[in-house]
Design a protein around this ligand. Structure first.
Ligand code: ATP
Ligand code: MG
Length: 441
């Protein structure tokens, strides 16, 4: 029976001189002749504990415990002799242990020391040993930033009166066409995993005006890159009654400024661990895609055969934006019709579209724009794109019922975290990433 309530390690200094109970994982154990030192870790931090031979049972148990054992400890909070240990919020104290109970042992060989401040292992090792790796403080902290990002996104959207929705991920037809769909067996039929909530969030506009979604997106892309995975979490939004796609960019900009602000405020420790920073000025620069391609040629000697910008171009245009506008963000606008989906609103010139990409620290993090809301125009555009309107029957139904002008975006959550913290691969920002070669753990 437990008589004393558990104290979190971070709170232990408040109990100086008192008897407390702590629970957690053995971060490390050191035998110093007679004394045994154990660093105990819980969700709030790490504290040093000392076990002296006089406490016979505790001492015996302390001899047996190994890294990552889960233990329950009782003891006195004492001032730590020899002063502060660096970089910890509990460095001024230690726990003089009276009692140790082992809650669970480690049954496996640990492939590396997860308590090290810097895990010096390659990406595959990081991903293969995910359950262990996620316990490392520096890795663990990636997901604290991620948590803040999700929270800020939802808060920003609700503040602007967007309704949070969840749309189906199992679809009867491959939404936008194309090859990057996963086909699945659905009872005795075929179905597809959603590669975007696009059509459903537009339906959401028809019902609620403003909607957002935080949801899984599946892409059967064979890319093996540092910024693609096959399942990611999209931060989507769609808003009705816009005057132009500038309204959409304004909204997205304000969401990202809030995320940047919240993360700088609430994740200072995590940011400093990674030397992460975010330059988010009052207004993010906005330039036309064609202008960006000209800048790349003029300033960086980068000629482009393509009408679109490539990854190298995205990296360079961000360098330019940082230099010129002290901004880690830049909007590129007016993508040509040929590189945008059929529901994109064409610009007056008939060549370009009322669309944008948002580039952050060298990679695209969002695509968005104004959508066609007129039924006939949409149907004609489907034909113009060489698609069959019959395949879009349910989607077109939305537009037969009266739709406001509207637009929105798809924003990739993991790429933002990757870029804020300067992680080499997007996979490091995902708990259990799925890529072309990886379906486990
Ligand atoms: P890219 O050109 O980089 O492959 P995309 O233009 O195909 O991206 P969109 O369809 O515009 O991607 O999706 C919106 C956002 O979702 C992207 O800007 C990105 O942040 C994120 N995203 C898209 N595909 C992936 C992926 N495979 N893995 C992780 N995030 C992705
Ligand atoms: Mg895109």
């Amino acid at each position: 029976m437990k008589h004393i309530e558990r104290t979190l390690i971070i709170d232990a200094p408040k109990f100086l001189g008192q008897y407390v109970r702590l629970s957690g994982w053995v971060n490390s154990r050191r035998d110093h002749g007679k004394l045994i030192f154990i660093d105990l870790r819980d969700r709030s931090g790490v504290v040093q504990m000392v076990i002296i031979p006089d406490k016979e049972i505790a001492y015996k148990n302390a001899k047996d415990v190994r890294s990552e054992f889960v233990i329950d400890v009782e003891g006195f909070v004492k001032e730590r002799p020899g002063g502060l240990a660096k970089n910890t919020k509990t460095g001024m104290i230690e726990i003089e242990v009276a009692k140790i109970d082992v809650i669970s042992e480690v049954e496996a060989e640990l492939p590396f020391d997860v308590a090290k401040s810097e895990l010096d292992v390659n990406l595959n090792t990081l991903l293969d040993n995910r359950n262990l790796v996620l316990r490392n403080k520096k890795i663990n902290d990636i997901f604290k930033v991620y948590d803040q990002l999700l929270k800020s996104y939802a808060e920003a959207m609700r503040t602007a009166h967007f309704l949070e929705i969840k749309t189906p991920k199992i679809l009867s037809a491959a939404t936008e066409g194309g090859a990057n769909f996963f086909k699945i067996k659905y009872f005795n039929r075929e179905a597809y995993l959603a590669q975007s909530p696009q059509f459903y969030k537009q339906a959401g506009v028809g019902a609620f005006e403003r909607v957002f979604e935080i949801g899984s997106v599946f892409r059967a892309e064979p890319h093996f890159t540092t910024r693609h995975v096959n399942e990611y979490v999209g931060l989507d939004a769609e808003m009705g009654f816009i005057d132009s796609f500038s309204d959409v960019m304004d909204q997205l900009e304000s969401v990202l400024k809030k995320m940047a602000f919240d993360i700088s405020q609430n994740c200072q420790e995590e940011l400093s661990e990674y030397s992460g920073e975010i330059l988010a000025p009052e207004h993010f620069p906005r330039i036309r895609l064609t202008e960006a391609l000209e800048i790349l040629e003029k300033e960086y000697g980068k000629k482009s055969e393509d009408v679109d910008i490539d990854p190298e171009g995205e990296r360079l245009i961000c360098e330019w934006a940082k230099e010129k506008y002290s901004s880690d963000f830049i909007f590129l606008t007016h993508y040509p019709i040929s590189v945008r989906p059929f529901y994109s609103m064409p610009s007056a010139d008939g060549q370009f579209t009322e669309t944008f990409d948002l580039i952050f620290k060298g990679v695209e993090i969002a695509s968005g724009g104004q959508r066609i809301h007129n039924y006939k125009q949409l149907k004609n555009n489907i034909v113009r794109y060489g698609l069959n309107p019959e395949d879009f029957e349910h989607y077109l139904d939305i537009f037969k019922l009266g739709m406001p002008s509207h637009g929105g975006w798809g924003l990739g959550s993991e790429r933002i975290v990757q870029k804020i913290l300067g992680l080499d691969s997007i996979k490091e920002a995902i708990l259990f990433p799925r890529d072309v070669k990886r379906l486990t753990p």
